[in-house]
Write a protein that binds this ligand. Sequence first.
Ligand code: AMP
Ligand code: TRP
Length: 327
Amino acid sequence: MKRVLSGMQPSGQLTLGNYIGALKNFTELQHTHDCYFMVVDLHAITVPQEPAALREQSEAVAALYIAAGIDPSKANVFLQSHVRQHAELGWLFTTLTYMGELERMTQFKDKSAGKDSVGAGLFTYPSLMAADILLYNADLVPVGDDQKQHLELTRDLAHRFNQRFGDTYTIPEPYIPQVGARVMSLDDASNKMSKSNPNQGSFITMLDAPDVIRKKISRAVTDSGREVKFDPQNKPEVSNLISIYAQCSKKPVAEIEAMYDGQGYGPFKKDLAEQVVGLLEPIQERYRDIRASGELHSILREGAERASVQAEKMLRATKEKMGFLVL
Ligand code: AMP
Ligand code: TRP
């Protein structure tokens, strides 16, 4: 069985972009692959986090994984910090990564732009991500479009290690959806929808109440004109909303265009809101059940125990090949 690994940062509430771009694919892959789904708390602290919020968000993201449909008896769900091998292999890979490679990373450039001081962890973040993936010899990594560059670096590092120390690591492939790999912000379709955007109206979180979702969609920026037409060049805002509609309803774009032909944006936005509410409401209900059940900690403990067994095997093999005295 091929192996899948992915992770999300507990740096805020997960958005509809996280769901459509990545989480939805996690739930589909679990039926055919050996899956490892992490909450990457060690990555989240590359920008300052308030300790109580970090703890709460870590539990929330894990519960949302399960509420979205990940079955913890099929897939390993765990926190990155619970499997110590991540930090250790992360260091080993930091020493194999070139400064120039890290300097080229667009996520680093975006997150550090305009800041007076930037933590070193934000810079070395991709080396830890490579370790996350290679620690399990993952074949496939389901992510949104913005992680493509990090995946490329992971592949380069795996090659580099194999060449320098002998064949050890599988070269992982990205698994990026054809549609929905880049859900854009509701206030400006030139930016991706992001939980760290200070404008709350720019994103929909997976836990937003139905009325909040309706309000955010009714206020979403639309292009001039009134035609519901998928044309990312000339109508980027409406095209983004049509993609979201298509992802939530599983309807093809052409069918959605035909449904709203000549009707203007009003009815389209109203129905879009109901599509999003319809998608998220059952997830939110399961989320509340899981949080109330008190089962989350034992699920995470078991997930981490199983993951550690795999991780330790790869870490040992890596250390032996690099020349550490392994007793
Ligand atoms: P992050 O929240 O940065 O940890 O991202 C977790 C996963 O969600 C990654 O695979 C991202 O590529 C994906 N993702 C985040 N934002 C979006 C978005 N706006 N559209 C599509 N995928 C996204
Ligand atoms: N960098 C990813 C993001 O911001 C999160 C991440 C960390 C990840 N480690 C990973 C994703 C390993 C896939 C595989 O979205």
